[in-house]
Design a protein around this ligand. Structure first.
Ligand code: SF4
Length: 457
């Protein structure tokens, strides 16, 4: 396998909830398709009469609850995940008569919600999250592109020629290779990642640090918005937000007396806050996905607001967490449709555990052990969102992932690190195998588990 060439800014993407693979990825793919179509010869474009987008597999099974149709329409209309208004998708009107203009060079086509079709669950394309885009002239197909939304907002195009990737100065594709690079170079983990990031993004240190600060600021904004929001989340479940209740009670309730309990309840509240904002379709950061967008921000909030960890240590910790996400994405998957929730909440928890250890100044071994413990205890976790909405079990699962991250950090820092038996490469391998063996109905299709026992509304 080639070395890891994912940038931290690809792993931590800013965009609308509720799903990186079902919302951000499809939105980005739709935008890319529209741009490619706009580059066709003018005589071809003037013959075009419409566009169609067909969603297959998991995108068909849970795309409605994940806002995939809205994301595709927004992407075709020229919106981009990072810069679209925070409430664009949640406020989009898909009622009768709704139509969205798509500008393609000399022509402007009108696309209706019915042009985005939830197609077959079973299909012959190469990935569970498949989109087929077509530019049409009546029945004639002028341009067809097949995209796979592979998790975390990443898109792969079918039959795309292999990209010529930049070669990072410290290549690695496993934790063992990363350890060897660190030993040979004498660099600290965040220094090595920064050196690779400069090469991959062609940005300087100051620009990269500013980008890391922006990621953390958007995460903090999602937490704060969620802590101040009340009411019911979109969709048929009628789920009420509860981050604010937890936060208020942690601060005032006589039943939350002990300082340790208070910190735990606040960690829960921060995780619920960002996850509820994600479920509302508002702006979040994939970490590594949207469904798991509450874990890393909640741990960061505790480090910033309660443990008073300095900004420079937080930037370094974010890079350490990214390394865990890179390894999981490269050697297994961060897509619930491929490996279940272990690849989303499990990986997020491992990233957060590594961040806690690294921000506290622990060495590489402890940092790796923290990540390993957190991921190990998410192995086998299925993805079974009720009604196809990223709400139950997803929102509380973010709080559970955050608490497990904290406990993994404690376990890793209190034990004798040299005697830790399992390593990160082994647990990532086990996650990939477990995901491969997992019955498809537990991989983001809403056809098994809790999804079959929806509450009566
Ligand atoms: S159950 Fe987990 S993997 Fe599935 S949608 Fe929810 S957060 Fe994502």
């Amino acid at each position: 396998m080639p070395p890891i060439t994912t940038s931290v800014f690809e792993l931590f993407k800013i965009g609308p909830g509720p799903s990186s693979s079902h919302t951000i990825g499809p939105m980005a793919a739709a935008g890319a398709f529209a741009r490619e179509a706009a580059g066709l010869p003018a005589d071809l474009l003037t013959r075009s009469t419409g566009l169609s987008v067909r969603l297959f597999g998991s995108l068909s099974a849970t795309g409605l609850g994940h806002g995939t149709d809205r994301a595709v329409l927004a992407g075709l209309s020229g919106y981009e995940p990072e810069t679209c208004p925070p409430a664009l998708l949640s406020e989009m009107d898909l009622g009768p008569g709704a139509a969205f203009p798509v500008r393609l060079g000399p022509v402007t086509l009108s696309v209706r919600p019915a042009d985005v079709v939830f197609d077959a669950l079973e299909h012959g394309y190469g990935h569970p999250n498949t989109l087929v885009f077509r530019l049409l002239a009546g029945e004639e197909v002028l341009l067809e592109k097949v995209a796979f939304s592979v998790g975390g907002g990443f898109i792969q195009w079918q039959d795309a020629p292999p990209e010529v990737e930049a070669s990072p100065p410290y290549p690695y594709e496993s934790m063992a290779e990363l350890r060897a690079q660190l030993a040979a170079s004498g660099l600290k983990l965040h220094e090595l990642l920064l050196a690779n990031e400069k090469c991959l993004t062609q940005r300087g240190s100051i620009e990269i640090e500013a980008g890391l600060d922006r990621i953390m600021a958007v995460m903090a904004e999602a937490v704060d918005r969620g802590l101040n929001a009340e009411g019911t989340l979109p969709g048929p479940i009628g789920l009420r937000r509860k981050a604010k209740v937890l936060s208020d009670r942690a601060r005032r309730s006589p039943t939350v007396q002990a300082a340790a309990d208070r910190l735990l309840v606040l960690l829960d509240a921060y995780a619920l806050a960002a996850a509820e904002e994600n479920a509302a379709g508002h702006t979040i950061v994939t970490a590594p996905t949207s469904g798991s967008a509450g874990v890393v921000p909640s741990v960061l909030a505790v480090m910033q607001r309660h443990l008073k960890i300095e900004p420079q240590a937080l930037r370094a910790a974010l890079l350490a967490g990214a390394a865990v996400g890179f390894l999981a994405k490269h050697n297994a998957s961060i897509s619930g449709a491929e490996v279940g929730c272990q690849g989303e909440i499990g990986v997020a928890s491992a990233m957060a555990a590594a961040m806690l250890a690294y921000a506290h100044g622990f060495d590489l071994t402890v940092t790796e052990n923290a990540a390993e413990i957190a991921l190990e205890h998410h192995l086998g976790m299925t993805c079974d969102p009720v009604a196809g909405y990223v709400q139950i079990p997803c929102i509380e699962r973010n709080a559970m992932g955050a608490v497990k991250a904290y406990n993994a950090f404690l376990l890793a820092t209190v034990e004798d690190p040299g005697r830790h038996v399992m390593d990160l490469d082994r647990v990532i391998w086990a996650m990939a195998q477990t995901g491969r063996d997992m019955c498809p109905k537990y991989r983001e299709t809403a056809q098994g588990g809790l999804a079959l026992r929806p509450p009566e509304c």
